[in-house]
Design a protein around this ligand. Structure first.
Ligand code: T3D
Length: 265
């Protein structure tokens, strides 16, 4: 399948989605929302894909919504757009799809991540950023609030004071600062980012896919569950995992002192 605004490649069980509007720092136009959504659908249904990388082409990861499109609309005397509708139809489905995908998503933040671009990145399961990358909650500069899950993820990841500081001031946060705060998993040298992200994704793609997907679901559920409810969920999920081929293989490989050969079943 070919796309207009992204690159999509599958190799050794890893699908790589590359946002591809480098001249605009990969800012989102509706076609890009649709393309990313279609790529995630493929990742959902294709059993040969067992991990996903999301990254950007050129020097930026993603500069959020394409403001050029909005500016052109205002310049023509257009009525204010229904931005809520944009979120409902274009961005929120992406957040839901990434979180619901029962395969790990590695986000490789190759450069600046601003506005919706920053918050899209935070929906990844493992976020690794190039040392030169920065995260900007740019919404305050255009009279909006953080969206694409930002008001949900930020306080959970870095606490109220840091998330409000980022949102109210819109200051760039460096990759190293982001990592120190716990906003992201790791920082890589710029020229090593894709190699390191690919190594992580390949490790994940060779893992027990059902268990990794179930881990995502369990951690998602923990965000709103009581401990009692979570203990029940762990029991029920573990009961299912215990029936998987990969559990049998993992235990057998341990006793045979060899590396497990997980098939994702
Ligand atoms: O529908 C809705 O509106 C709701 C959804 C809203 C979600 C949002 O994302 S709101 C926030 C939108 N994003 C921003 O406010 C960020 C805007 N961009 C910037 O502040 C800066 O570009 C950056 C800090 C990200 C990077 O700065 P810098 O100096 O490294 O690059 P630059 O020169 O500003 O940008 C390079 C090019 O990309 C430039 O194009 P040109 O002049 O060379 O033709 C610039 O206009 C373009 N670009 C960057 N961001 C956007 C963009 N074009 C359209 N939309 C953008 N968001």
């Amino acid at each position: 399948m070919t796309f207009e605004t992204i690159l999509f490649d599958v190799s050794s069980g890893v699908a790589t989605i590359t946002l591809n509007r480098p001249d605009k720092l990969n800012a989102f136009i509706p076609a890009m929302n649709h393309d990313v959504m279609a790529a995630i659908r493929i990742c959902t249904t294709d059993d040969s894909i067992r991990a996903v990388i999301l990254t950007g082409a050129g020097r930026g990861f993603c500069a959020g919504q394409d403001l050029g499109e909005r500016a052109a609309h205002f310049a023509l005397g257009g009525d204010p757009p229904d931005v809520g509708e944009t979120l409902d139809t274009l961005y929120n489905p992406l957040v839901r799809a990434i979180r619901a995908l029962k395969k790990p998503v590695v986000v490789a933040v190759n450069g600046v991540a601003a506005g919706a671009g920053a918050n899209l990145a935070l929906n990844g399961d493992i976020v690794i950023a190039a040392r030169s990358a920065k995260f900007i909650e740019a919404f305050c500069k255009v009279g909006l609030i953080p969206d694409v899950g930002g008001t949900w993820h930020l306080p959970r990841l870095v606490g109220r004071s840091r998330s409000l500081g980022m949102a109210l001031l819109g200051h760039p946060v460096s990759a190293e600062q982001a990592c120190e705060w716990g906003l992201i998993w790791a920082v890589a040298d710029d020229d090593a980012l894709i190699t390191e992200a690919t190594a992580i994704a390949q490790q994940l793609a060779a893992g027990p896919t059902k268990a990794l997907g179930a881990m995502k679901q369990a951690f998602n559920a923990s965000e709103s569950n009581t401990l009692e409810a979570q203990l029940d969920l762990e029991r029920d999920t573990q009961r299912i995992m215990g029936q998987s081929d990969d559990y049998r293989e993992g235990v057998t490989a341990f006793t045979e002192k060899r590396k497990a050969d997980f098939k994702g079943r």
